[in-house]
Design a protein around this ligand. Structure first.
Ligand code: SF4
Length: 423
């Protein structure tokens, strides 16, 4: 039942019923791309949060040093393949990139020396790391967009999430971030936390607005089956809020952000007008470097091994690529449209210039129906999602995350080199 919505969406977007099959296939790399985006996964954390679905490990200095060398080897493999291509953006995610600022600095310096690095460099920062000296060091390394993983300003909710700081430290970290001179300073929050009510969700976003963040990203708490969160909630007699309370919270968050002058730039993010958006997942073409990193390039979507030890070994011996799936033209269109839906705006001219054709008839018919239902509206060449459409996409994104990402990541976390995953 859970996979039904993503399957229907896949059928509507691609016209195909079959699943996506990931296996250990040989990837045919495209000729030198005009430009590229890079995501670098730094998996080390001080402690592991029960709710976190991402690939992470407790920080170990010697493992981290070996990992740093492996990252450079993987980057070098792309340099050998494509030479000094243009890099539009580099994002460091994790894990906790701010725990290993030396890796950020050395990797950026390697990229700047071997590729043509554009202006956008982002990094995730943990509130406990947000000291003036760390922030200054990141700025000096070339980081100009920063995302602070605050999650909440409410002490009870921070404790429930197992975060190792309180609201006072969270506010201080935000103030320091705003003073550090980043082009975009993003505050990350979580909502729909067990026991959280609408007023508390509202208070969290109000705090982020009053701290003057350039961007505020607000994600619903999702309980991935392989994280300890579900057992923890069960043990404590708690559960995720019902759908109607989650909807109330999201509605209150959107209203509060708009009242404070923010524009909704995706289903889960809000920006001050004219700010550069901190975003990793919505890029058209990107390569993922590091354990558990995924890439969308040419005809493929691919993933590296999720084992840090195996990544270090494989990057030294050849390739850390674990799984790949080949995308045909309709898959690529669907992928592009999915993320434009997430961004709440589908530019039909951009579609034409990327795919060399207008939207297929099936999609035009679907979009016309959505317009009649008040889910989209058209302004010149762009189809926008209304608030109702954004809420629908919020539901789709949650189901997509469970049906696709959770299944794929779970298989990759159980086995460093899975043979085949069908989603
Ligand atoms: S939420 Fe952040 S700090 Fe916690 S385990 Fe995940 S990546 Fe690490």
């Amino acid at each position: 039942m859970r996979a039904l919505l993503p399957r229907v969406l896949r059928l509507l977007l691609t016209g195909k019923k079959g699943p996506f099959v990931f296996d250990r296939q040989q990837v045919q790399w495209p000729a030198r791309p005009a430009s590229l985006n890079i995501y670098i996964h730094l998996p080390f954390c001080r402690q592991l949060c029960a709710f976190c679905p991402y690939l992470k490990e407790v920080y170990d200095p010697s493992l981290s040093a070996a990992y740093q060398q492996a990252l450079l080897k993987e980057l070098e493999s792309y340099r050998r393949l494509w030479g000094d291509i243009n890099i539009e953006s580099v994002y460091f995610g994790g894990g906790t990139p701010s725990l290993t600022p030396g890796i950020v600095e050395e990797t950026l310096s390697w990229i700047a020396g071997n590729f043509r690095l554009g202006g956008e460099v982002g990094a995730e920062i943990h509130p406990r790391d947000a000291t003036p000296s760390l922030l200054g060091a990141l700025r000096k390394s070339g980081v100009n967009l920063a995302s602070l993983g605050v999650q909440s300003f409410n002490d009870r909710l921070l404790s429930l999430l197992g975060r190792d700081y309180d609201s006072k430290l969270a506010r201080q970290a935000c103030q320091r971030l705003m003073e550090a001179g980043f082009a975009t300073a993003d505050i990350d929050l979580i909502f729909a936390i067990p026991t959280q009510n609408k007023e508390e969700a509202e208070a969290d976003i109000a705090a982020a607005c009053s701290l003057n963040a350039d961007q505020i990203s607000v994600y619903p708490l999702l309980a991935f089956s392989y994280t300890p969160l579900r057992q923890q909630l069960h043990k404590d007699g708690l559960s995720l809020p019902p759908w109607w309370r989650e909807r109330q919270m999201l509605g209150a968050i959107v209203k509060k952000a708009r009242d404070a002058g923010y524009q909704r730039t995706s289903i889960w993010s809000f920006n001050k007008p004219e700010t550069l958006r901190y975003t990793t997942v919505t890029r058209d073409a990107f390569i993922g470097i590091g354990a558990g990193a995924s890439s969308r390039i040419g005809d493929y979507f691919k993933l590296n091994t999720f084992s840090v030890a195996e990544y270090i070994r494989a990057a030294g011996e050849g390739s850390p690529l674990a799984l790949a799936t080949r995308l045909d033209a309709s898959d690529k269109m669907a992928y592009w449209l999915f993320w434009r839906g997430y961004d709440l705006a589908i530019d039909t001219s951009a579609f034409r210039s990327i795919f060399g054709q207008g939207l297929p008839y099936r999609l035009r018919a679907l979009l016309s129906l959505l317009r009649l239902l008040g889910i989209t509206y058209r302004k010149e060449n762009t189809i926008h999602l209304t608030d109702r459409g954004a809420y629908l996409f919020h539901l789709i994104e949650k189901e997509y995350t469970h049906a696709y990402l959770e299944t794929l990541w779970n298989a990759c976390m159980e086995e460093p080199w899975p043979q085949r995953v069908v989603i």
